[in-house]
Design a protein around this ligand. Sequence first.
Ligand code: C5P
Length: 315
Amino acid sequence: MQVVSVRVPAKVNIVLRVGPPRPDGFHDLVTVFHAVSLYDEITARSLGPPGDQVTVTADGPYAVATPVDDTNLAVRAVNALAAAAGIPAQAALTVHKRIPVAAGVAGGSADAAGALLACNELWGLGWSGARLAEVGATLGSDVPFALSGGTAIGTGRGEQLEPVSFRGELHWVLAVSAAELSTPHVYRRLDELRATASSSAATSRPAAGPERIAGRGVDARLLQALESADAPALGPLLANDLQDAAVDFRPALVDTLAAGRKAGALGGIVSGSGPTCLFLARDAAHAGEVAAALAASGTCATAEAVHGPAWPSFP
Ligand code: C5P
């Protein structure tokens, strides 16, 4: 096969609970990943010999913010897959970038997953999803989920996945910021905020980290609401432990969250490490209304109505 294209969706975290930092610098999570209908399209073309060569070009709305060198996560994915398979890394990649960059919706992970899925076909490897996920986990904590899509509980640093049974569809709005946020910086700020809170003698607030995450699964009410795609029940259960840290960097996100509530969203949180904000709507028409109100509010750069779950596909 000479050319393979794959569409890979963005992800949101319906719930994101974060434990304390681990010795390896990561944080244990309990999260519900959910892929939504905003896609990057990754195309891989064969390059003839000689030698290893992986190139990447980007087009689409977020092309300018996409690196087109060896730091691109899709390029790193192709190199990692070739190394794991013991074959030369040869591919020309094109990324049609519709998922915002450094925005808390796993756009880089989607591109890495797309590159793995595309080169698995292009090179005729025939590897299973589980085997691709092993390579994916070396590239980023969200890459295994990006390979599978749908809705899944993530534990460990996010790479251990258990699918969630889900009937129907949920409608969301992504309020995208013009600014970017660095994921490691947001995790570090969460640690700092928690350290400050627990060292404050006056506060009797329980520490937010280990106690909250120890032994916890995901709230049964949340799983029930997801199983029946019950948006009104789900709205108040959206939660993100990284939100305070993201807002600490970008205080204006408070206005975005307030604008979404005012527009009638059933719930709203910062998505992942931000700065994108995620709002739940009753149905597709309501999502369109909330997106229009958010776009008009001047509190975000763009607002996109999307639905989930979504999956990677070969168009
Ligand atoms: O895995 P990924 O490359 O997306 O992680 C980027 C950074 O985010 C990590 O280097 C780490 O600082 C932080 N992170 C974390 N705990 C996680 C996931 C990410 O601390 N579970």
